[in-house]
Design a binder for this molecule. Structure first.
Ligand SMILES: Nc1ncnc2c1ncn2[C@@H]1O[C@H](COP(=O)(O)OP(=O)(O)OP(=O)(O)O)[C@@H](O)[C@H]1O
Ligand SMILES: [Mg+2]
Length: 268
């Protein structure tokens, strides 16, 4: 008798309830958020054009005439990427100090002005990370935990404008070679690209001749830019690095940086 009474009670309670109940999807887990939704969750930052300009990142403010050289580089890079359906670019140089970070950041901010294009820049120079310092970013930004899969994309990347995301790093990584060469790291970076869906991914890498980090990593990218420094890089170094790179990936081009003589024969 008791169970009939309970059933009757239940039936009475249900009277007047709607026949069709709203069916809601289960809440998204952080690792399932992608595309626009993920971009909108990245913390927004603003690069100061004056401070950036002092560090030679001239494409933020675009008042220094040298920014046009990077806009030309941007156009050439975009054309090559679109023609070949490539997205990822490694930036390296034969030896330290040729200007990889400056070229990478200038290219990234030049691309940021291109509204139909989403760009991601990752500081993978794990022994000597310089992106955070060059952009005067304060506060802790350890990238290692992201590369080990312990930190979410929205904790590692910051958004500049609507369409540039930067993953900086404020400290050297102890076992940099192992981390950069590990399949897990490559998997994390592929997952990042799948979810952020950028048109361009720029990896700021270490110099090539210091160790084998770059050669081990570049098979994972679509193409590479070799930055050489006028009056510092020798022809032999440039030639050797270009040949070695081309055995592992597509060489998009060589950027001659720190050139004191800038031809301006057309008056532009
Ligand atoms: N075109 C340029 N003209 C003058 N100085 C430059 C130019 N490009 C870069 N520099 C300066 O050279 C130094 C090294 O530049 P940057 O950090 O970009 O080089 P890098 O190749 O990334 O170095 P590292 O190998 O240490 O990562 C910086 O002080 C930078 O301001
Ligand atoms: Mg650098």
């Amino acid at each position: 008798m008791e169970h009939i009474r309970t059933a009757l009670q239940k039936a009475r309670e249900q009277q007047g309830r709607p026949w069709v109940e709203e069916v809601l999807p289960p809440p998204l887990h952080a690792h399932q958020i992608e595309g626009d939704a993920l971009w909108s969750r990245l913390p927004g930052r603003r690069a100061d054009p004056v401070l950036a300009g002092r560090k030679r990142v001239v494409t933020v403010g675009r008042s220094d005439p040298s920014h046009t050289a990077f806009d030309i580089l941007r156009t050439k890079v975009l054309q090559a990427l679109r023609q070949n359906k490539w997205t990822s670019i490694a930036i390296t140089s034969p030896t330290p100090g040729c200007g990889k970070t400056i070229v990478g950041l200038n290219l990234a901010f030049s691309l940021e002005h291109q509204k139909d294009c989403r760009t991601v820049l990752v500081d993978l120079d794990l022994r000597r990370p310089q992106v955070a310092k060059t952009l005067n970013m304060s506060g802790p930004r350890p990238l290692e935990s992201f590369l080990r899969g312990e930190k979410r994309i929205e904790r590692a990347f910051e958004r500049y404008g609507d369409n540039l995301a930067i993953a900086a790093n404020d400290r050297p990584v102890r076992f940099a070679a192992e981390l950069l060469q590990s399949p897990e790291t490559v998997g994390i970076l592929k997952d990042m690209a799948r979810r952020l869906r950028p048109d361009v991914v720029i990896f700021d890498l270490p110099p090539m001749l210091a160790n084998d980090d770059v050669m081990a990593f570049v098979p994972n990218v679509d193409c590479a830019i070799l930055v050489v420094a006028a009056e510092a890089t020798t022809m032999n170094e440039a030639d050797l690095c270009e040949r070695e790179l081309s055995q592992k990936t597509n060489v998009l081009g060589i950027v001659l940086n720190k050139c004191r003589y800038m031809p301006d024969k057309y008056g532009y």
